[in-house]
Design a protein around this ligand. Structure first.
Ligand code: ADP
Length: 474
């Protein structure tokens, strides 16, 4: 009888693995679906689940920037204040960061109170670093603002809040110009600073990537959530006819977490996760990929297994609690390299109340984590190649206006994608699967030309660099 139950476990895991499979053929279908949706999102407002938002960022930092710049980063429960000193020639001479929790009460207060807290925190930060400020009276007062909520951008330094997410509820802010609110709060606190750039976090990542390496054409964030942006030709943005930019290009914020395609390898666990989420039918790509969800997909599979078999011991009630198994814990299970999987046993016991399971069951745990992470990483890879294909940097040689784009004198051009976020930087196997899949989809001839570069803390620094590149003074 117990043999039979073990067989159930094996069959269920195999079934899961099969449904979640990401063969290179399937990934290529996802690549093509991404390209189709990008076109649709650029063609008309609401033309695709991909919003393809205009950022009005036309001028990315190129490394020549000089001086002291500040940035504020508001995106979750913590907010960050940064100061960087740039020295031209791609050099960052100094870099200070301060993290500060946003008091819960302010998250549902008024916009005046909220921005006053931010302005005051910035003022205190500047006072502490006062000595350096004296050195550059005329510069160093440009500020970049990373604001990771849905914003309808009206210029590189203005935009209105569409809606709050992540537990924020400052109602009077909705539809107000965010930069105006911040600018007013700064002047009340006597800070003579100019908010020169308002950006989403992926745009910040692209900016720092481009500062360090001018071949950077796209950026991806894979942390709690996921998003991507890239440099598009202005004339490809059909929905905004007559969009004139000096550089002929503009950064497009894809909001790719909301991408969807019938080619995505969706399992019953994904369907349940979505149905029970706060935003059903929304952010479908993100729910298969990002740090907020991966651990919970694993939990759902283990829950099913322990209903089908007693090899996990008595059914633990923890297994029906959403989000008990966080993604960092899942990574720790996956990366346990001890011969008896003692780390897995410890997490099973401490987090899921599952004790004394045999080694073969611990191995099943590791297997499930592997399937979930491999799929996530490979889908991100397909998304990245989709972007490259859209801009003819995937080597398939899209021919446009008579010349082969992406090629210079018959050769494929070096192409860099900046990547940031805890899932990529801290989860080694995820990162390896992602890099491997990009090479697999591109093929060995093209793969050497495409480089993924990690940007630690890039989005904040990038916002300060964008302030530099868009400074009225520069
Ligand atoms: P943000 O919350 O702004 O996205 P990060 O980019 O730092 O911040 O990403 C944090 C997320 O990254 C966490 O929610 C978690 O899901 C994931 N993460 C962090 N560390 C690890 C780790 N060691 N292994 C796996 N995932 C991790």
């Amino acid at each position: 009888r117990s043999r039979r139950r073990w067989w159930n476990v094996v069959t269920t895991v195999e079934e899961f693995e099969e449904t979640a499979e990401t063969t290179v053929e399937r990934l290529r279908q996802v690549v093509d679906a991404m390209v189709v949706e990008m076109h649709a999102g650029l063609a008309s407002e609401g033309g695709s689940k991909l919003k393809m938002l205009l950022t009005f960022v036309e001028k990315l930092p190129d490394g020549s920037e000089n001086g002291i710049y500040y940035a504020l980063h508001v995106g979750g429960t913590n907010f960050r204040i940064l100061r960087i000193q740039l020295g031209g020639q791609r050099s960052i001479l100094a870099h200070d960061v301060e993290r500060k929790p946003i008091p819960q009460i302010l998250m549902s207060s008024t916009s005046e109170e909220f921005f006053d807290f931010i302005a005051l925190s910035l003022k205190e930060f500047i006072e502490r670093k006062g000595d350096n400020m004296q050195l550059s009276q005329d510069r160093g007062k440009d500020l970049g603002f990373t604001f990771s909520f849905p914003v309808k951008q009206t210029s590189v330094s203005s935009g209105t809040l569409i809606k709050w997410t992540k537990g924020f509820a400052i109602e009077d802010m909705v539809e107000k110009d965010i930069v105006e609110c911040l600018q007013k709060a700064l002047s009340i606190r006597g800070l003579d600073m100019n908010v020169a750039a308002l950006v989403n976090d992926s745009v910040g990542t692209l900016a720092v990537g481009h500062f360090l390496d001018n071949d950077t054409v796209a950026a991806v964030v894979i942390g709690t959530g996921t998003n991507a942006c890239y440099i598009e030709r202005a004339d490809a943005v059909i929905k905004c006819q007559g969009l004139l930019t000096t550089s002929g290009g503009m950064v497009i914020n894809m909001e790719w977490g909301n991408f969807w395609s019938s080619h995505l390898p969706r399992t019953s666990y994904d369907i349940d996760l979505d149905a029970e989420s706060q935003n059903p039918n929304d952010q479908g790509f993100e729910k298969m990929i990002s740090g907020m969800y991966l651990g919970d997909i694993v939990r759902r599979v283990i829950h099913r297994l322990s209903l089908e078999s007693d090899v996990f011991g008595p059914l633990s009630s923890k297994l029906s609690t959403r989000f008990v198994l966080s993604t960092p814990l899942m990574a720790a299970i996956h990366e346990d390299d001890s011969s008896d999987l003692s780390q897995v046993a410890k997490i099973l016991e401490e987090t899921l109340d599952i004790r004394d399971v045999p080694l073969k069951v611990r191995k099943i745990m590791v297997k499930v984590c592997d399937v979930v992470t491999r799929r996530a990483a490979r889908l991100v890879a397909a998304g990245i190649v989709g972007i490259l294909k859209k801009i003819s940097r995937d080597g398939t040689g899209g021919i446009s206006s008579g010349r082969i784009k992406g090629y210079k004198s018959g050769k494929m051009r070096r192409t860099v994608v900046a990547v940031e976020g805890g899932l990529y930087t801290s989860y080694t196997i995820f990162r390896e699967y992602l890099n491997e899949a990009v090479a697999e989809i591109l093929g060995e001839e093209i793969a050497p030309y495409v480089i993924l570069k990690t940007m630690e803390d890039g989005s904040g620094i990038g916002a300060a660099m964008l302030a530099a590149a868009n400074s009225a003074r520069s």
